[in-house]
Design a protein. Structure first.
Length: 124
């Protein structure tokens, strides 16, 4: 659920950056690449659940959303690691929701060109 919330906030912010339907792919492309990277990492390390890289990535959002269920199913994730990564994801979702609200506020009322991420997140 936290992984869904993570990407829902990101896609909502990305959707608010565009004013035309044709521009959606340019803002959501990086998010799709992130999803593909998560899938690739989880598939790559499926056979070696004790890998150090897997243990490290399971703490870096958004990777716990894809990696933790696999680690739990394989029995390699202790309860404290599951709870800790869930807490990290919860904090990340809260911070992204705040940033997403800022992006929405600064871009939804603009008409014309696509608002770049950097401009939408800047502190003005």
């Amino acid at each position: 659920m936290l992984g869904y919330a993570f990407f829902a906030v990101l896609y909502a912010a990305a959707g608010s950056l565009v004013s035309r339907q044709e521009d959606v792919s340019s803002t959501t492309g990086p998010l799709m690449m992130l999803l593909f990277a998560m899938y690739g990492v989880s598939f790559w390390y499926l056979g070696s659940p004790d890998a150090v890289a897997l243990q490290v990535l399971s703490w870096i959002p958004p990777f716990p959303a894809m990696l933790m269920p696999l680690m739990i199913a394989q029995g390699t994730a202790p309860a404290w690691q599951v709870a800790g990564s869930a807490l990290v994801m919860l904090v990340a979702v809260a911070l992204l929701a705040r940033a997403g609200a800022r992006v929405y506020e600064r871009s939804v009322l603009r008409i014309g060109a696509t608002v770049p991420w950097r401009e939408a997140l800047s502190r003005r």
